[in-house]
Ligand binder design. Structure first.
Ligand SMILES: Nc1ncnc2c1ncn2[C@@H]1O[C@H](COP(=O)(O)OP(=O)(O)O)[C@@H](O)[C@H]1O
Ligand SMILES: [Mg+2]
Length: 298
């Protein structure tokens, strides 16, 4: 659906994108994660036809963003990092204005606006002015604006940055609802957001993709280990028997703390049976996307 080929962009001496290649499939939710300055926003602005690359091209649904920028723009809904909304407009009027700009048929537009206001939970704010809105409400309206022309592709640039946890959760819910129906690109530096929402994740750093795959694949790649951290009442534990299980890689007993490293989850119930009611508490630690990320940008 989106094919990014050898994209390069300099800002003076800063090499923001370094021969970036990336393909985004129809209907998938692709996450782009990377630290500040990795090139995420630059890549997105080029995809959306807002910024010209120094070299390379992006082909969206068969159209080159360099040759057919208007066609490409019509297929994409874009939520910028810092949406610029018209402060004096009422929410409904803002959506109508952008709907007309994008050529949404007039007899459809009112329904579309109501649908979107409902989607982002803003039905009862439709007649309020943007300049009375909190950051979270603005973000909701900015999302509705990005969707007004019912684009096939939606690109979210840091959609939950700086928002309170409840609003972030709501916004992740909107994205989740669009999943499957639309092709979605989600730029974020929140690893748990990428982990829970994305089909695939590309790790971007220094303007290049460092690694890419499903969150599970990336996590399994870094180390397949699961660590059980068990607190026990007494040291009366047959550590050798635990060690003899095929998935157990190591067993460490340190005072009342038993730490068992596993290559898979399969025998966890056998281990628990061996410890029996000697156990006080148990914790599992699995590699997170954060671990993968830190590992791959080193
Ligand atoms: N308009 C600009 N002028 C100068 N430098 C820029 C501009 N936009 C981005 N950069 C630089 O390009 C690099 C990539 O930035 P950006 O794409 O915004 O990264 P990200 O979105 O991943 O944080 C950074 O070093 C940034 O400072
Ligand atoms: Mg950015």
């Amino acid at each position: 659906m989106i094919k990014i080929s050898s994209l390069s962009k300099y800002f003076g001496k800063i090499h923001a994108l370094d021969n970036l290649d990336l393909e985004i499939n129809k209907g998938e939710l692709l996450g782009i994660i990377g630290p500040n300055g990795a090139g995420k926003t630059t890549a997105i602005r080029i995809i959306c036809g807002i910024l010209k690359p120094d070299s390379g091209d992006v082909v969206v649904n068969g159209y080159s963003v360099l040759k057919d920028p208007i066609m490409v723009k019509s297929m994409i809904g874009y939520l910028p990092e810092e949406p610029n909304l018209y402060e004096r407009f009422k929410a409904r009027d803002l959506l109508r204005y952008f709907g007309e700009l994008y050529g949404v048929p007039k007899d459809n537009l009112n329904n579309r606006i109501n649908e979107l206001l409902e989607l982002v939970g803003m039905e009862n704010r439709a007649e309020h002015r943007i300049n009375t809105f909190s950051k979270g409400l603005r973000q909701r309206i900015a999302i509705a604006r990005a969707l007004i022309h019912d684009p096939q592709i939606i690109i979210f640039d840091e959609p939950t940055m700086g928002l309170d946890p409840a609003t972030s959760l709501a916004i992740r819910g909107f994205i989740e609802n669009l999943k499957g129906e639309k092709t979605i690109v989600l730029c974020t530096h929140y690893m748990d957001e990428a982990d829970t929402l994305c089909d695939r994740v590309a790790i971007l750093n220094g303007g290049k993709v460092r690694d890419m795959g499903t969150p599970e694949y990336l996590k399994a790649k870094i180390h397949g280990d699961i660590i059980l951290e068990i607190k026990i009442q007494n040291q009366n534990i047959d550590t050798e028997k635990i060690h003899s299980l095929s998935s157990v890689e190591s067993v460490n007993l340190n005072g009342k703390n038993l730490s068992i490293s596993l290559s898979s989850k399969q025998e966890i119930s056998d281990i628990l049976r061996l410890i029996g009611n000697n156990m006080i508490s148990i914790n599992t630690k699995e590699p997170s996307l954060e671990d993968v990320f830190i590992h791959s940008i080193k």
